[in-house]
Ligand binder design. Structure first.
Ligand SMILES: NC(=O)c1ccc[n+]([C@@H]2O[C@H](COP(=O)([O-])OP(=O)(O)OC[C@H]3O[C@@H](n4cnc5c(N)ncnc54)[C@H](OP(=O)(O)O)[C@@H]3O)[C@@H](O)[C@H]2O)c1
Length: 335
């Protein structure tokens, strides 16, 4: 495992982050609750043994916080684990933005309770509401930093311009800034945000954003780094399967450009005896960004494969070739 540094977090953070949004419920609704929990715990155990110490959860991910918190308590490993959680998701039924200072405090306290801990290492605001003032939100987050309830703060699905303005306010007022950002980023580019307000770093339109992140060194937590299964055996554009993952991938990623990217990833994987998922993850991890890949899976074998993707070092020419099909691949891989 490789580890990175996130401003405000006092221990190394694994660059493969375990995504827990479907930790208990992933396609297995028929299993009794106890079995689901045991299955989730054994996957968490194996990931931890593989060196993964960072876990991404959120207030909105059903009982993911509670399950993660139960596992941490049972294994007594709180001091070794980096808990990343998110609050201020818009109301699910109303779609009403929730980004006031009181939304921050209410959600943070509910997350602490569900996790059964008194501290969250990195707390992200799940979505932006661009019309909302950032000042009271940054002030409230700083109050919780001072109280020791959180270690570092960040935004998820915020534009880099909004993050920059929040951080300018923080710098001018002696407050701590956002040190991390959660955005979608993968070798495939989406056709449209799958959820209102979701933000990606992929594509030509986001070149300025990627440069901004490179220059400012803010940690990037790339979610859906396998394009939610586009780079997995769940999706084959030539033999579309009616399963939910495949339909989702076809809708949000099934463009001709992405299918060609998938084909190039397959060629590269065959030539270098790695898997397509590893090529896709290496694409994210080798970008000139402080990138962490947030990835979700249901088996320890897949998780181990994802960790091994860190050994695959892609140079700039290969990143460009995978994304565009242009230019030579040059010297692309170091064992
Ligand atoms: N901040 C946000 O707004 C936001 C939004 C979405 C997601 N997230 C976070 O990002 C995490 C990951 O996102 P995601 O689950 O949407 O997408 P993802 O990680 O890109 O893709 C998950 C899919 O890839 C498959 N997979 C994983 N590793 C594989 C491997 N080595 N070989 C083949 N297939 C593999 C999984 O299969 P199986 O499931 O069958 O194992 C699953 O179908 C979530 O858990 C969540 O924590 C954050």
């Amino acid at each position: 495992m490789d580890y990175g540094k996130v401003l405000g977090i006092d221990r190394p953070v694994s660059r493969i982050v375990f995504g827990t949004d479907r930790l208990r419920g992933r396609e297995l609704p028929w299993l009794p609750d106890r079995s689901l929990e045991q299955q989730a715990f054994s996957l968490l155990d194996r990931s931890f043994e593989l060196g993964c110490n960072s876990f991404d959860t959120a207030r909105i991910y059903r009982d993911s916080e509670r399950t993660l918190g139960d596992w941490i308590r049972q294994r007594r490993n709180r001091a070794q684990v980096v808990v990343i959680s998110k609050g201020c998701h818009p109301g699910l039924s109303s779609g009403r933005p929730r980004l006031s200072a009181s939304d921050v405090s209410n959600d943070l306290h509910a997350s602490l309770k569900a996790l059964g801990t008194d501290f969250i290492d990195l707390y992200l605001l799940h979505y932006d509401h661009p019309a909302a003032w950032v000042e009271p939100v940054i002030e409230r987050l700083n109050r919780h930093l001072d109280e020791g309830k959180i270690g570092a703060i960040g935004a998820s699905n915020w534009s880099h311009e909004r993050i920059a303005s929040a951080n300018t306010f923080a710098a001018g007022n002696g407050l701590k800034p956002f040190s991390a950002s959660g955005v979608q980023f993968s070798l495939a580019e989406w056709t449209a945000p799958p959820w209102p307000g979701a933000v990606t770093l992929g594509g030509d339109g986001q070149r300025a954003a990627r440069e901004w992140y490179s220059t400012h060194g803010l940690s990037v937590f790339a979610w859906s780094s396998l394009a939610r299964g586009f780079f997995s055996d769940h999706y084959d554009p030539k033999n579309p399967d009616p399963n939910r993952v495949s339909r989702w991938c076809a809708t949000y990623f099934g463009t001709e450009d992405n299918i060609q990217r998938l084909e190039r990833a397959r060629v590269f994987a065959r030539e270098h005896h790695v898997t397509v998922a590893q090529v896709a993850l290496a694409y994210v991890l080798c970008h000139p960004l402080q990138a962490f890949a947030v990835v979700g899976c249901t088996t320890a074998e897949k998780f181990a494969e994802n960790v091994a993707a860190l050994s695959l070092k892609l140079d700039e020419a290969t990143l460009h070739w995978l994304a565009t099909g242009q230019a030579s691949r040059g010297r692309s891989w170091s064992p």
